[in-house]
Design a protein around this ligand. Structure first.
Ligand SMILES: [Zn+2]
Length: 200
């Protein structure tokens, strides 16, 4: 029999669904909350409530923000004709910290995984093509230099064929197999400044 109280098992199951969390870690989280007591549990509950109530998807770029359109999409200081395409919202946070970019973004919400062929329906690719067709002058691909990143660029390139929009990608300087999210600011600023034209 399962000796865990039902409520414990239930929360362990919830935590187990989080990326990078195995059953042992999930159980440690629950035990921590039980030992820490009511204050800690209330903080968690309140944070989850606020997350659910205050954060939404930007209708333009699909990042997560407290308003839609998000601050970047709504700003008249940003160049709306240059669109930097990233895999996840946290890549925007990393690029914005560098402070070297004045265009706007588009979040795909993932990359194509050629090994597991999960399809592309869950990615915001048609939305990107629509924005590109709506008068964009440059699309910058800012993906991690991985198989997934390369496959995604190739797929989107086919969708953009024929559109009068320049396509560039972050310069090497990002280590192969590295990550946009974890690149240091100097590397990321260099990769952005030296972005390269994609050969047609
Ligand atoms: Zn936005």
């Amino acid at each position: 029999m399962n000796p865990r109280p039902k409520s414990v098992q239930q929360l362990v199951d919830v935590f187990k669904r989080l990326p990078g969390v195995g059953p042992k870690t999930a159980e440690r989280f629950v035990m921590h909350l039980l030992k820490a007591g009511r204050g800690e549990v209330t903080r968690l509950t309140r944070s989850l409530d606020e997350l659910q109530n205050n954060v939404r998807s930007c209708e333009v770029c699909f990042t997560f923000a407290e308003k839609s359109p998000c601050e970047i999409c709504a700003s008249d200081k940003r160049n709306k004709k240059t669109i930097c395409v990233v895999a996840e919202p946290q890549d925007i946070f990393a690029l914005e910290k560098v402070g070297a970019y004045s265009g706007v973004y588009h979040v795909l919400r993932g990359l194509i995984d050629p090994m597991h062929d999960a399809g592309v329906a869950h990615l915001k690719i048609s939305e990107l093509v629509a924005r590109a067709a709506g008068g964009a002058e440059e699309i910058i691909f800012a993906f991690d230099p991985t198989i997934e990143g390369e496959t995604t660029i190739q797929f989107i390139e086919k969708q953009l064929a024929g559109l009068p929009v320049a396509r560039t990608r972050l310069a090497t300087g990002l280590p192969a197999g590295g990550s946009v999210e974890y690149a240091d600011e100097v590397t990321l600023a260099g990769a952005l400044a030296n972005r390269q034209q994609i050969k047609k």
